[in-house]
Each structure stands twice: as structure tokens, then as C-alpha cells.
Write a protein that binds this ligand. Sequence first.
Ligand code: KG4
Ligand code: ZN
Length: 335
Amino acid sequence: MSLFLGIETTCDETSAAVVKDGRIVLSNIVASQAELHEKYGGVVPEVASRKHFEVLLPVVEEALEEAKIGIEDIDGIAVAKEPGLPPALSVGCAYSSGLAKGNDLPLIKVNHLEAHISAIWLARDKDELKEIPYPYLCLLASGGHTELRLVTDEKTQKVIGKTLDDAAGEAFDKVARILKLKGYPGGKIIDEMSELGDETRYDFPRPMIDSENYDFSFSGLKTAVQRELKEGKSDHDIEGIKDENVKKEVMKHQKRDFAASFQEAVIDVLVSKTVSAAVDLGVDAIAIAGGVSANSRLRDKMGRECHHRGMKLHYPELEFCIDNAAMVAARGSEI
Ligand code: KG4
Ligand code: ZN
């Protein structure tokens, strides 16, 4: 049996976790800075790093306590080293390095993106452990990255395509800001709003959906939403409405339809390109990982498409999709 302590401070979540045998999560404490960054409409690196510094020690203590172990029971420490916001990730790296030295423990520095992929294995209980045979094609979609990776074994991942501009999560966050939505992160808010919206109302482009490669592009989509909001039929519908309450209600519906139509365009591209890449490569299993893998429409559409083609779909439990330290501990015990 091995016990790993994971530490994650690459962006706006301060997290510590204890994971047994690389797969079973005994604790996963995530202190979100969502409220702090909501004020600024995005993550300010220096503000994030100050907050990590303030809360990391209590978060680690809580993770050990919840796992009912002490630092002396730990076999190794894993910390996410890159990619991330330099001032933020240096807090986790400096702290873990001190903790490892002080307790004579090995320190494993893991790649944050590889850790996201390891999240698909995580379970709270050994009865929930999954069988995930290699190879599989992983769509890794987060706030900073959108990539397709062919995973052939624990150690080998090959990037076969990536975004040429904005990441999928970044597009969600930017459109949430354009629509002036309250709450954070934007992707989650759009996901929730879209459930009540009409995804066929606005016909947004599906960038690069038929391109001859496995790359993505999302910045034009954001511009299309902006343009439609300014010049499109949205304005015509509310013109002439005198009653303020009615006007508000119509605008609320429009926002939902905007959100749902935008989300549909992103998800169509992600699903279509991932599935056709898997077909080209002759791989019969797909995984989705990263913050955007929490998206309900992505899970639904990718699930249906995989089912239709006799492919397997793997994704992390919801709590392990967005940044967390359990995935870092899992990756640390793999490599
Ligand atoms: O992996 P993650 O927590 O952080 C990075 O490594 O970037 O991903 C955060 C991203 C944000 O852009 C957020 O808006 C998006 O994941 N996200 C979602 C959902 N939940 C989080 N996007 C779409 N639907 C969701 N339910
Ligand atoms: Zn992440």
C-alpha cells in the first residue's frame, strides 16, 4: 500500500489530498478562490498566490486529518509544477519542498495536465474503481488548454492536436463575461443556464470542425457571440417592449438561448473532432478530462456518440474535473 499527499496551487484553487495506491481518494480538500476572483472578472496571479500562501497549511492539515493519518504515514509528496500561473504554483512548490525535506520524503513534481488525465481513475471507494485499458484518446479541455492526447500507457502521452488560440474553458469564461453572467467559473454558469435555453436559436459557427487536422480554434466563436449580441435579432425582440418586467423576462430568455447556442457550438466541435480522431487512429476508447469535462452537454453528447460507435467513454467523477490535489497525488504515484 502507498499513501501520497498531493498539493495543487497552479491557478485559483488551493488543494491538498491523500490518495491510496494512486487511485483511492481518502481526502481531497479544495479551497476555492472563486469569490475572490469573481470581483475582478478573472484570476489575478498575485492575488491568487497570496491566498494560496494564507490557506495552504490549514488545507494540508485538514487533508491529513480527514484521511485520519499523520505526515509520518505518508510515502511521498506530489506537487503540480506546471503549467500554471508562476506566482501561484511557486507557493505550492516551495511549501512541498520544505515539507518533503523536513520529513525525509520523496518529492515528485508532476505536470498539471497529465494530472488532469489521471483524474479519470480516481474513486472514493475501492468498489468504485474503474477498469480503463490502454490506449485511449483523451480530450483535455480546461481554462488554459485544449488538446487531444493519445495515451498509450501510464507514462506515454502524445499530443496530436491543440487549440490555436483560446482554450475551450477560456471561451466559456469570456462569453460568460460578454453576457454579464453572475457567478464563477463562467463555464459552470453557462452549463447550468443552457439547460433552460434553446440551443437552436442562434446559429453560431463550428470553427475548424471539418479541418484536416486535430487542432481547434475558439476565439472566432467568442467574436460571433459578441456580434450577434450587438447586431442580431436579440435587439429586435426587445425593441418596443414598454413594460420593464416583461422586458427583463425576455432578456433572461435571450441570455439562456445565447448561452445554450454558444455551448452547443463548442460541444459540437469538441465531440466531432475527438470522435473522428479516434476513428482515424483506430482507438476504441475516449476519455475527457480538465474543467470542461464537467460540462453536462459534453458528457451527454460524447456519451451518445461513443455509444453509437461502440466506443467506451471515460470521465472523472465531477469533484475531480476541476483543479484538485487528488489528481496530482494520483499522477505522482504513477510516474
Ligand atoms: O481544469 P480547470 O479547473 O483549470 C485549469 O486548469 O484551467 O478548468 C477551469 C475551466 C474554466 O474555464 C471553467 O469555466 C471551466 O473549466 N468549467 C466548465 C464547467 N466547469 C468548469 N466549462 C464548461 N462546463 C462546466 N460545467
Ligand atoms: Zn487544471
